[in-house]
Design a protein around this ligand. Structure first.
Ligand code: NAD
Ligand code: GLY
Length: 360
C-alpha cells in the first residue's frame, strides 16, 4: 500500500507528514535528503526503545546516518524539567552539534520533550517526529507545540517549534496497550466533532481499533492530520482558531490533574469532551441530542464518559488552568458536529459549566 503524504505549511516553516503502512525500516531513506548533516540524536522512552530503537538505528545506518540516543523512563511522570535537563546534558556529552537533528521516537510525551530539547539546545536545532502512539500520530507530532509539565501544572514550560519532518508507521500501533490506543481515539473523535461530520458518522458505525486493516487506519489517521493541518495553518501560535483544538481539554485537564496524572490524557479528554457537550446542550448553546451522540461514539471506543471525580474537585484544578486569563477562560463549544465556536466565559461561568457537565 502506498504511503499517504500530508504537507503542512504554517507561517514559520513547512514540512511533510508521511503515514506509512510498515515503513520504519525505510525511514532513513526519507530522512537522508532532508537532514543538514548525517548526525542525529534519538530521544525515546524505555518501552518504545525496547521495541523500535534498533530498527530505527539500522535504517539510519543504511544511509550512513550516525545516531546517538537518550532513553528516559516511560510515562507522563517523566515529562518534566529534570528529564529535559538529562536529555540536554546527554546531547552535549554525545557531541551533538548545531547541524545535528534530534529525532523523537515515541508517543506524545517523547515528542513534547524532544521538541523542547531541540528548541533549547544550542538555541535551536531541527527535529523529526516519529510518533508511535495514535495520539501522537493524529495530534501531538503535528503543529509544533512542545512542553514539559511543572509541579504547578501540565505543559507549563514550552515552546512552538515545527518539526522538519514527521513519519508515522501505523504498524507500530499494533504493539500499543489497548488503553493507550484508546487515548488517541479521544483526539480522533475530537477532530471529527470539530470539523468532519462524515468522519464522525464513520466512527459511529465502525469504531477504530489497533488491529483494523491498514487502509482504514491510514485513511482515518491521514484525515485527522488533514484536520489538524487546517487549524495549525490558520493560526500557528494559537491566537484564535487553533484554540478550538482545545475542545474538551479545559475540563479534561482538570480531570487529569485530579487523577494525579495517572489517567491517560485521552481518557481525560474523553470525559472533558462529553462533559462540555452535555453542559452546552443544557445551556441551549448546542443542538439537542449532540451530547448523547458524542457519548455513544466515545463509549464505543472504550473511553469513559463520566468523571470519577466530583465537580468540586475539578473546579479546584480548573482554577489553575493556564488557559484562564484574568477575566475567565475561552472554551470551545460544539454547537453541532462540524460547527464549533469559541466562547469566553467568566471563571464563575466555567465552574457552573463543570457542574452542569459533570452532574448526572
Ligand atoms: P506517551 O508518550 O506516554 O505514550 C503512552 C505509553 O505508550 C507509554 O508508556 C509509551 O512507552 C507507550 N508506547 C508508545 N508507543 C508505543 C508502541 N508503539 N508500542 C507499545 N507501547 C508504546 O503518551 P501519549 O498518549 O502518546 O501522549 C500524551 C502526551 O501528549 C501528554 O503529555 C500530552 O500533554 C501530550 N500532547 C501534546 C500535544 C501537542 O500538541 N504537543 C497534543 C496532545 C497531547
Ligand atoms: N493539541 C492542540 C494543539 O496542538 O493546538
Amino acid at each position: 500500500m502506498s504511503d499517504e503524504k500530508i504537507h503542512i505549511a504554517p507561517t514559520s516553516s513547512e514540512y511533510d507528514v508521511i503515514v506509512s503502512g510498515n515503513g520504519l525500516d525505510c525511514v532513513g531513506q526519507y530522512l537522508a535528503p532532508l537532514l543538514p548533516s548525517r548526525n542525529v540524536h534519538i530521544i525515546s522512552d524505555s518501552n518504545v526503545a525496547t521495541l523500535y530503537l534498533e530498527r530505527l538505528r539500522s535504517s539510519l545506518a543504511m544511509q550512513s546516518i550516525q545516531s546517538t540516543c537518550t532513553v528516559f523512563p516511560a510515562g507522563e511522570a517523566s515529562k518534566n524539567l529534570a528529564t529535559l535537563s538529562d536529555i540536554l546534558e546527554d546531547m552535549a556529552v554525545s557531541e551533538v552539534t548545531r547541524s545535528s537533528t534530534a529525532i523523537a521516537l515515541g508517543g506524545g510525551v517523547t515528542g513534547d520533550m524532544a521538541g523542547l530539547a531541540a528548541a533549547l539546545y544550542m538555541r535551536g536545532i531541527p527535529y523529526v517526529q516519529i510518533p508511535t502512539t495514535l495520539l501522537a500520530m493524529v495530534d501531538s507530532s503535528v503543529g509544533g507545540k512542545c512542553a514539559v509539565d511543572l509541579a504547578a501544572g501540565k505543559n507549563l514550560a514550552g515552546a512552538f517549534l515545527q518539526p522538519l519532518f514527521v513519519f508515522a508507521d501505523i504498524a507500530t500501533l499494533r504493539t500499543l496497550p489497548d488503553e493507550v490506543f484508546a487515548d488517541g481515539c479521544a483526539e480522533v473523535i475530537k477532530h471529527a466533532v470539530l470539523a468532519d461530520p462524515e468522519l464522525f458518522g464513520i466512527l459511529a458505525e465502525r469504531p477504530i481499533n489497533k488491529n483494523d486493516d491498514d487502509l482504514y487506519l491510514m485513511t482515518v489517521i491521514a484525515t485527522n492530520i488533514g484536520i489538524k493541518r487546517r487549524f495549525v495553518e490558520a493560526d500557528e501560535r494559537e491566537q484564535g482558531q487553533r484554540k478550538l483544538l482545545n475542545l474538551g481539554h479545559s475540563i479534561g485537564h482538570a480531570v487529569e490533574a485530579a487523577s494525579g496524572y495517572t489517567m491517560g490524557h485521552g481518557h481525560a479528554v474523553a470525559i472533558g469532551l462529553t462533559a462540555i457537550a452535555r453542559a452546552s446542550e443544557r445551556l441551549g448553546w448546542a443542538e439537542e441530542g449532540i451530547a448523547e451522540r458524542i457519548e455513544a461514539v466515545v463509549a464505543a471506543h472504550g473511553l469513559p464518559t463520566r468523571s470519577p471525580y466530583p465537580a468540586e474537585d475539578l473546579i479546584g484544578f480548573a482554577r489553575l488552568d493556564k488557559k484562564a486569563d484574568g477575566t475567565g477562560i475561552t472554551l470551545a463549544i460544539p454547537e453541532s458536529v462540524g460547527s464549533p465556536v469559541l466562547k469566553h466565559v467568566s471563571m464563575y461561568g466555567f465552574e457552573r459549566i463543570i457542574e452542569l457537565g459533570i452532574g448526572a
